[in-house]
Design a protein around this ligand. Structure first.
Ligand code: HEM
Ligand SMILES: *[C@@H]1O[C@H](CO)[C@@H](O)[C@H](O)[C@H]1NC(C)=O
Length: 325
């Protein structure tokens, strides 16, 4: 009898403690909005044709959404007094084209009366991210869906939740681990820096004022450091942004890892993946085998999509992606 009670209690506990992510599934909208994936794909493809920035902007937006309050589209919410997530310094450089991509895809979905207000903005961001990765030449993969949109977005919640470009491997590992991601996931996800742009201020220390005894970070290739100094002179216009992957900036490939092998990682966080012996083997693997990189990336971005997912009464399906209902 006692055992039975204990058994049902632990069963109940197990049920209660099962992460919400267990409710995510592929083809989640097959009855409510059967064409959602193709509708999103064409809206995203149209936007991508207008500007390549669509791809890096959407991919980074997804990452920043998931690391702050989970993948709940909280990063999309606007506030009248600039106190939302997107107003935090770590989010301020998120490119507008990422937000625009989600808004356009949502409009396309809601044009179908069957789908109107049935698909969450969080799920649209997940689908749009999958689509931009494929459009830029990366792997295509099946997405899990069923997230709800969060109702809270605060500037304060961003603090200490996003990695900084001067992080070392320990700091990167710790932050990714707190989101349920392994070091391998982290190395694979960093491969996202194979597309997109960075403002000069994010790495200027590495090329001008590394330490009291040397101006240039010794882990940077001297040739690359000189190129960076040319593209980013000391008093550069703060709006100037440069390609993060100087070799194939518009292609979602494994060139990022080959760059690291040559001392051409733009941020210390990038370069640390190669200089630290704990992650070096993975950089070498991904640099030599694009299939291995793509597989690891798909595994990792799928795990990223499960972070802090909201279900039931924790969220809602937003009518407008930038405002709570
Ligand atoms: C590992 C730790 C990471 C650090 C320290 C980091 C840091 C940064 C920084 C400083 C920028 C430049 C922003 C700017 O100046 O405008 C950037 C851009 C970018 N990041 Fe990361 N990032 C990390 C991981 C990731 C991950 C996991 C993803 C996605 C899976 C990602 C996707 C991107 C993309 C696509 C861009 C280019 C954005 C654009 O062109 O608009 N990053 N990152
Ligand atoms: C590359 O990685 C894939 C996937 O892990 C593996 O099946 C394949 O054998 C690897 N190729 C080489 C040449 O090592």
């Amino acid at each position: 009898m006692e055992h039975q009670t204990l058994f049902s209690l632990s069963f109940l506990l197990l049920f209660l403690l099962t992460p919400a992510s267990a409710q995510l599934k592929q083809n989640y909208y097959k009855n409510t909005c059967p064409n959602v994936e193709s509708t999103v794909r064409s809206a995203v493809a149209q936007k991508f044709q207008q500007t390549f920035v669509t791809a890096p902007a959407t991919l980074r937006l997804f990452f920043h959404d998931c690391f702050v309050r989970g993948c709940d589209a909280s990063v999309l919410l606007a506030s009248s007094n600039n106190m939302a997530e997107k107003d935090h310094p770590d989010d301020i450089s998120l490119a507008g084209d990422g937000f625009d991509t989600v808004i356009k895809a949502k409009a396309a979905v809601d044009k179908d009366p069957k789908c109107r207000n049935k698909v969450s903005c969080a799920d649209i961001l997940v689908m749009a991210t999958r689509d931009v990765v494929a459009l830029a030449g990366g792997p295509s993969y099946a997405v899990e869906l069923g997230r709800l949109d969060g109702r809270i977005s605060t500037k304060a919640s961003v603090k200490n939740h996003l990695p900084h470009p001067e992080f070392n491997l320990n700091q990167l590992n710790a932050m990714f681990a707190s989101n349920g991601l392994t070091q391998t996931d982290m190395v694979a996800l960093s491969g996202a820096h194979t597309i997109g742009f960075s403002h000069c201020s994010r790495f200027s220390k590495r090329i001008y004022s590394f330490s009291s005894s040397r101006h240039v970070d010794p882990s940077l290739s001297p040739t690359y450091a000189r190129q960076l100094q040319q593209m980013c002179p000391r008093n550069v216009d703060p709006r100037i942004a440069i390609n993060m992957d100087p070799t194939t900036p518009r292609s979602f490939d494994n060139a990022y890892y080959q760059n690291l092998q040559r001392g051409m990682g733009l941020f210390s966080s990038d370069q640390s993946l190669f200089t630290d012996s704990r992650s070096k083997n993975f950089v070498n693997l991904f640099a030599s085998n694009n299939t291995a990189f793509q597989q690891a990336f798909v595994t990792a971005i799928t795990k990223l999509g499960r972070v802090g997912v909201k279900t039931g009464n924790q969220g809602e399906i937003r009518r407008v992606c930038t405002a709570v209902n």
